[in-house]
Design a protein around this ligand. Structure first.
Ligand SMILES: Cc1cc2nc3c(=O)[nH]c(=O)nc-3n(C[C@H](O)[C@H](O)[C@H](O)COP(=O)(O)O)c2cc1C
Length: 235
């Protein structure tokens, strides 16, 4: 790893300089080789990965809560945005108060704060998960109607070609829901309905939720290690 950073890091592999682009082998190298040798070795003080977590007013508040808990265990920096109806469902469906849920995140942004860091593409993140995602928020993201921080940040993820996972929850689904889901998938989002995997023969709702959350975070190449993966029929 260290050798990758020191020995083979040439100006070409380091990317374009602010002054102009690099066009290939015949392009003069502006930096003298001696300077490269004496350049300080970048220590791997990697910043923590960041993920935006949005919670909306679809049923399934526990899914969002467990995503936040899992990301905390995985040392991912979380940026939480909650809608008004997410707060209502948290209170109704779980033993958590919205303030307890906020305490699980590293940063919390008000849904009306359109100047929050996550509202800009220049703020680097791995992506965003909307969990659970209501049909109303799905429709807003689908149409690009960014009148709150959740739809604006999701819009940013799409334009920046970053990961956007929508844990869309409704049943049954109308043609409007289905069309929105299809079109938003074509725009690069991942629709991840929280549909239970019955083959795990869950002993509790908690087990079902953990399996779903594990599969959701698989979408970000993160392993919660909290559920059993399918390895073929049990012998
Ligand atoms: C208990 C409860 C459960 C709900 N479940 C769903 C749901 O599963 N899917 C959905 O699209 N809307 C559901 N709704 C309706 C949304 O909360 C409502 O459309 C709201 O405007 C969504 O706004 P938001 O996306 O800004 O949170 C539910 C509402 C309540 C009170």
């Amino acid at each position: 790893m260290l050798s990758m950073l020191s020995g083979t890091h040439t100006p070409q592999s380091g990317g374009a300089s602010p002054g102009g682009s690099q066009t290939g082998a015949t392009t003069p190298i502006e930096t003298h080789p001696e300077q490269i040798q004496h350049a300080p070795i970048q220590q791997s003080t990697k910043p923590r990965k960041r993920i935006v977590v949005a919670m909306t007013g679809a049923t399934g508040a526990i899914l969002g809560i467990k995503v936040l808990i899992a990301l905390r265990r995985l040392n991912i920096e979380t940026h939480l945005v909650m809608s008004k109806w997410a707060e209502a469902t948290i209170k109704y469906e779980t033993d958590y108060h919205p303030s307890n849920v906020r305490a699980l995140a590293d940063h919390v942004h008000n849904i009306n704060d359109m100047a929050a860091p996550v509202s800009s593409g220049s703020f680097k993140t791995e992506g965003m998960i909307v969990v659970p995602c209501s049909m109303k928020t799905l429709a807003a993201i689908h149409s690009g109607f960014c009148d709150d921080l959740i739809s604006r940040t999701a819009d940013v993820m799409l334009k920046e070609r970053r990961k956007l996972v929508l844990v869309a929850r409704e049943t049954p689904l109308s043609d409007i829901h289905l069309r929105n889901m299809l079109e938003i998938t074509r725009s690069g989002a991942i629709i991840f309905p929280p549909v239970p995997a019955y083959y795990i023969r869950a002993a509790s709702v908690d087990d079902l939720v953990d399996q779903s959350v594990g599969r959701m975070l698989d979408m970000f190449d993160l392993d919660t290690g909290d559920f059993t993966r399918w390895e073929g029929w049990e012998k």
